[in-house]
Design a protein around this ligand. Structure first.
Ligand code: 6GU
Length: 225
């Protein structure tokens, strides 16, 4: 999978993309991450990328020209499955959508800043909008990093068997059951007996029960979907 990220702040991604799982996925050539600085595509003398909002009000709006030129250049080079815009004013990202997006070949992710991008970019180029939750971040970059991480770890070959994504919270629509490691008794705090029994069928049943119990208490909304 190739992911092109369009941003005014490419440095924000440095730490995230050059560590751990995302680093390994790139080394194994399972993904290619390309960062593009929108400002490099501004054709005006001052290299401006934003302007005042028509109609007034506080905050700047990202202008069409540099974003359009960058998107057009990329679209000429290859076909994209999705051109995504990161914004808090849309539907919230979830595991099901991560599973689906992980099957894409090429995607573009546009990160908004300030008051966001000119609506005409959204109307004419964007095929999909993503928010990561009902709160406002300074820009779309951290949200884009969240989306990239959640998608890439689902691509076959990225995670090892031990860290397989199949047993993650949310993968089956439930929260994860509790997990324990040695020691079996820490100053009187004991691990549930069943986990020490060696009976894999009983352990699996216990985990399913606990997952359902935790979901009912903490996130009953997940059971209604
Ligand atoms: Cl995608 N962008 C911004 N700026 N804030 C957010 C968000 C995105 N998702 C949740 N909050």
């Amino acid at each position: 999978m190739r992911i092109d990220i369009l941003t005014l702040f490419p440095d924000i991604f440095d730490g995230v993309f050059n560590q751990s799982m995302l680093k390994r996925a790139q080394e194994k050539n399972i993904i290619e991450l390309h960062l593009h600085n929108i400002r490099d595509y501004s054709t005006d003398k001052q290299k401006s990328v934003d302007d005042y909002a028509f109609g007034g009000g506080a905050g700047m709006v990202m202008m069409i020209q540099p974003i359009e030129d960058l998107i057009m250049k990329l679209k000429k080079e290859r076909e994209y499955d999705e051109i995504i815009y990161m914004t808090p004013d849309t539907k919230v990202w979830n595991q099901k959508e991560a599973n689906h997006l992980s099957m894409s070949e090429n995607i573009i992710i546009l990160c908004g800043h300030y008051k966001g991008v000119d609506q005409r970019i959204r109307d004419h180029y964007i095929t999909r909008e993503i928010s990561i939750g009902d709160y406002v971040l300074t820009g779309g970059e951290l949200a884009a990093a969240v989306v990239v991480d959640s998608v890439v770890r689902l691509i076959p070959g990225v995670l090892s068997d031990e860290t397989s994504a199949l047993t993650d919270s949310h993968q089956d629509g439930l929260l994860s059951p509790p997990v324990y490691t040695r020691p079996a008794n820490h100053n009187g705090w004991k691990v549930p007996e069943i986990l020490l029994s060696g009976n894999t069928r009983k352990v699996e049943e216990w985990r399913e029960d606990k997952a359902l119990e935790r979901t009912k208490i903490i996130r009953p909304d997940l059971l209604e979907m």
